[in-house]
Design a protein around this ligand. Structure first.
Ligand code: CA
Length: 281
């Protein structure tokens, strides 16, 4: 692992949802309570947009621009970053909830879940946005819907409900986007330390951010712990591989204990990532 670098961008209150857009050679992430989407280009140019609502997840859009999971639905941000367009409402009738983390499968379906702002157990759900913009509720009774990713063959989907202190796994049908047979993949954290976002690397290993734990943990495909990467911020929220060789790991954090609270970090852990799947709608 190369030493971690703290990138020269503003510290976030709650940095989240790092997403490398290979078409642009740029990293995107959010600051959820600040209602901002940030972009760091390869030439070091930093840009931030006011989205007017909390954004919990970001995916590149196949036609350009971004797809976002935000306060009350899925939205598109145009390539100029100037305009939000509604794709589909989600839980617009539940004012205490907002959308949180998410990711797209290879077919371009955007999975993202919800959570209660007051973190009420069971108040959230997981949704699937199809390329036709139809929304399907695929799981209920969720506490804090967080990291999502797939095994290399897409036969399994990894999923974090932070309140469970687990990374779970579902059988996944890439033809239909259906999930089933939920079971435990790995226990993660405990007490105030909870699993948050995740990224699957090219070896099929699963990197999980530990909120409150000041670390990323890497699990082998069989669920065994392979590596722990210490981060100088207690609240590590998520990670994503990027750079032209997909070998740079970008790590988001939130304000809190630790010298680097709220900072964006990068390092080269020796693993290589996979390009983020775009939303194909
Ligand atoms: Ca999160």
């Amino acid at each position: 692992m190369s030493p971690l670098a703290q990138l020269p961008v503003p510290r976030a209150a709650l940095g989240e949802a790092p997403c490398w857009n290979p078409a642009e050679g740029a990293l995107y992430w959010t600051d959820i309570p600040a209602h901002q989407v940030h972009r760091l280009a390869a030439d070091g140019t930093h840009t931030a947009w006011d989205t007017g609502q909390p954004v919990g997840a970001i995916a590149p859009r196949a036609g350009g621009g971004l797809a976002l999971a935000a306060k009350d639905g899925f939205w598109a941000l145009d390539p100029a970053g100037s305009q939000l367009t509604l794709l589909a409402r989600v839980e617009a009738d539940v004012p205490g909830n907002r959308m949180n983390d998410g990711a797209c499968d290879r077919a371009g379906r955007f999975f993202a879940g919800t959570m209660a702002e007051d973190e009420s157990p069971g108040a959230g759900a997981l949704y699937r946005l199809g390329p036709d913009h139809a929304v399907t509720r695929v799981l209920g009774g969720v506490g804090i819907s967080n990291g999502i990713g797939w095994s290399l063959d897409e036969s399994r989907m990894y999923y974090v409900d932070s309140l469970t202190h687990r990374v779970d796994v579902f059988d996944y049908d890439p033809a239909s986007g259906a999930i089933g047979n939920r079971r435990v993949f790995a226990a993660a954290g405990g007490g105030a330390v909870v699993p948050d976002g995740l990224a699957v690397d090219a070896d099929g290993c699963v990197w999980v951010a530990l909120w409150g734990g000041g670390a990323l943990v890497r699990y082998r495909p069989d669920g065994r712990l392979a590596q722990t990467l210490q981060i100088p911020a207690a609240h590590v929220t998520s990670c994503a591989f990027g750079g032209t060789d997909l070998a740079t790991l970008y790590i988001t954090t939130a304000a809190g204990p630790g010298a680097g609270g709220g900072a964006l970090f990068s390092g080269r852990p020796g693993a290589t990532g996979l390009p983020a799947n775009p939303f194909r709608g």
